[in-house]
Design a protein around this ligand. Structure first.
Ligand SMILES: [Zn+2]
Length: 241
């Protein structure tokens, strides 16, 4: 990997999440020359594959294989690498080895930003676990005493929390609205790979339209499709505008 190439990291509990919530950011930054990587903690095999389980006689292994294939295809459409941890969902329980691997990814990739789940989600306990995991790995990666290497330069990336399914219940405030007009078609193409969650295609189309309208209102520049994020840390500036 070229050291001058910028990169971005996405840490997601299930495959659908990186598509609905961050597909625009992934496609946009890929288009801008960033190298993007998704860490997909589980296949969403138990909790986010309702349609797949309607098939008579289907096994857990079948559902996982199907969702893996979908996630791989969606990541390819968005232009991102993807690494699967297969830690299971409902409940999501990442192991210490997975945490260690993620710390190494932060250090190797030196991403400019990380996208992950909101800190709360009373509808889905996997999502805050994934957010906690992403934050913990980010903080350990900057600990000089963890696998010490005095030659290594590393600073923790900006964190953006992506929009949960029901933002109000998750105490999610959209502080950043990313204009995804130029990659909307790509994001929607990735939606269509997720056959197991077909009921959400139109829902997330409407979410993007609403955020786009709000993005236009808040920026004074027309925006049709938007993707909302919440920042976790203050932005340090030299001047305000
Ligand atoms: Zn999810």
């Amino acid at each position: 990997m070229s050291t001058s190439q910028k990169s971005g990291l996405v840490i997601t509990a299930h495959p659908g999440d990186f598509v609905w919530r961050a597909g625009g950011a992934i496609a946009l930054h890929t288009k801008r020359g960033y190298r993007m990587k998704i860490v997909c903690l589980s296949f969403g095999e138990r909790g986010e594959s309702q349609f797949a389980w309607k098939k008579a006689g289907v096994s857990l292994a079948d559902v996982k294989a199907g969702r893996r294939e979908e996630a791989q295809r969606a990541a390819e459409i968005l232009g991102s690498e993807i690494e699967f941890f297969d830690c299971g969902d409902y409940p999501l329980r990442p192991t210490p080895e997975m945490l260690d691997r993620t710390v190494d990814i932060y250090r190797d990739w030196k991403p400019s930003f990380v996208l992950t789940h909101a800190l709360e989600d009373p509808y889905n306990f996997d999502h805050p676990v994934a957010a906690h995991f992403a934050q913990e790995a980010r903080v350990i990666a900057q600990a000089a005493g963890h696998k010490p290497d005095p030659t290594r330069a590393y600073s923790a990336p900006s964190v953006f929390l992506f929009e949960p399914h029901q933002p109000e219940q998750c105490n999610f405030k959209p502080q950043v609205i990313l204009n995804i007009d130029e990659v909307w078609e790509t994001k929607y193409k990735a939606f269509q790979v997720l056959a197991a969650q077909k009921h959400l295609w139109e829902y997330y189309h409407r979410v993007a339209l609403n955020r786009g309208m709000q993005g236009g209102r808040n920026s004074g520049t027309a925006m049709t499709y938007g993707e909302a994020y919440q920042r976790l840390f203050p932005e340090a500036l030299q001047v305000l505008a």
